[in-house]
Design a binder for this molecule. Structure first.
Ligand code: KIV
Ligand code: ZN
Length: 400
């Protein structure tokens, strides 16, 4: 097995994936999701407990509050690498990021600049050669603060391939140890991202000595798929957020990537250090702090992720949960799967519910009558709750 030497992680074997969490930076950039310093500290401690390898704690030059939260997280949170974001060509960005992460056990500076024709022309108003010069200067400057330097090609997926390779080469020569190629606007397909990373590995000298990283946005709902295909093309760091929060439609969701890796080891034979039983706790903590709950059908952490309503599915799950569950609810922090009683539910789930509620075994006639009443009620109500069942069965007992 091949391996590379990394300033923060030492020898990294080829099957190891670095989980880079940016909930506190890109995630916080979702409209309405800002957090105060105490909230960020709580999240950072919980992320460390979850087992992420890198916490991107903020963008220190953006505001005094952002600087302070990165500094305090760097001083207080032990375990993960603590990273501060900086613009490659920003006036004070790299110095502020360097100062903010100084107290960390293992500090990282992550610098970025746009490389696509559209961004260089309209946003930066810079010529490609100027961007190349800044990449060299910015990464050299960052290396004066720490040996762990990441460089990102913003809008990398829409960058002209030859120029992208030249930019990556310049960043590596100037000392970057992680190279991130983001799909900043969520435009790429899984095949596009895999082709970009394969090209970089084949064409850029030194690409085999650095960690390649994926950072995908979800504008077309492809962020996690793009991350998975990037892994298959040689990426060994994935950038993601809890609940998939982030700019616009969000970033790739950490819990979805990690559970894809765990559930599909046959196709994705990679290792990471995440304690998956903590995933639900982190999701809930973030929702409570920001005031935004996840949608019920959200994979892994949504209220319905392990809930079954149709009779056929409920019957299957009661016989063997693997019939309709590809991972156990306990493995991500739920106590158990739930059988939701509604108009699609069958007699097996109804009987199981009665037993669980302490009604013991009803005779066949009693069960049939109670089930009939339950179906009438379920036609009128979307979900039948425990209280409704108590009323149904008590009515049934009174009538006999
Ligand atoms: O989406 C993006 O390009 C970013 C960079 C700053 C890494 O968030
Ligand atoms: Zn981003």
């Amino acid at each position: 097995m091949s391996s590379i030497d990394h300033p923060s992680f030492g020898r990294i074997d080829d099957d190891r994936v670095i989980i880079f969490d940016t909930t506190l930076r890109d995630g916080e950039q979702s409209p309405g999701f800002s957090m105060n310093i105490e909230e960020k500290l709580r999240m950072a401690h919980a992320l460390a407990e979850l087992g992420v390898d890198v916490i991107e704690a903020g963008f220190p030059v953006a505001s005094p509050g952002d600087f302070d939260s990165v500094r305090r997280i760097a001083e207080a949170v032990r375990g993960p690498v603590i990273c501060g974001l900086a613009r490659t060509g920003g006036r004070d960005d790299i110095a502020r990021a360097g100062e903010a992460v100084r107290g960390a056990e293992r500090p990282r500076i992550h610098n970025f600049i746009s490389t696509s024709p559209l961004h260089m022309k309209y946003k930066l108003r810079m010529e490609p050669d100027t961007v190349l010069e800044l990449i060299t200067k910015g990464n050299e400057a960052a290396r004066r603060y720490t040996d762990d330097v990441e460089w990102s090609a913003e809008d990398g997926s829409r960058t002209e391939p030859d120029f992208l390779c030249r930019c990556v080469e310049a960043a590596i020569k100037a000392g970057a140890t992680t190279i991130n190629i983001p799909d900043t606007v969520g435009y790429a397909t899984p095949e596009d991202m895999a082709a970009i990373f394969r090209m970089v590995r084949e064409r850029v000298p030194g690409a085999d000595r650095v960690i390649l990283s994926a950072h995908n946005h979800d504008d077309l709902g492809l962020a996690v798929a793009n991350t998975v295909s990037s892994l298959q093309a040689g990426v060994r760091q994935v950038e993601c957020t809890i609940n998939g929060i982030g700019e616009r439609a969000g970033n790739a969701a950490l819990e979805e990537i990690v559970m894809a890796l765990r559930t599909r080891q046959d196709a994705l034979p990679f290792r990471n250090n995440i304690r998956t039983e903590n995933l639900l706790k982190l999701s809930r903590m973030l929702a409570t702090i920001t005031g935004f709950d996840v949608q019920p059908n959200k994979a892994i952490v949504g209220r319905n992720a392990f809930a079954h309503e149709s009779g056929i599915h409920q019957d299957g799950v009661l016989k063997n949960a693997a019939t309709y569950e590809i991972m156990t609810p306990e493995s991500v922090g739920w106590t158990k799967s739930s059988l939701i009683l509604g108009k699609h539910s069958g007699r097996a789930a109804f009987r199981d519910k009665l037993r669980a509620m302490g009604y013991g075994e009803l005779g066949d006639n009693q069960l049939n009558e109670a089930f009939g009443r339950f179906k009438d009620l379920a036609d009128r109500k979307k979900v039948v709750y425990d209280e409704d069942i108590v009323a149904l069965v008590d009515d049934e007992a009174r009538d006999h």
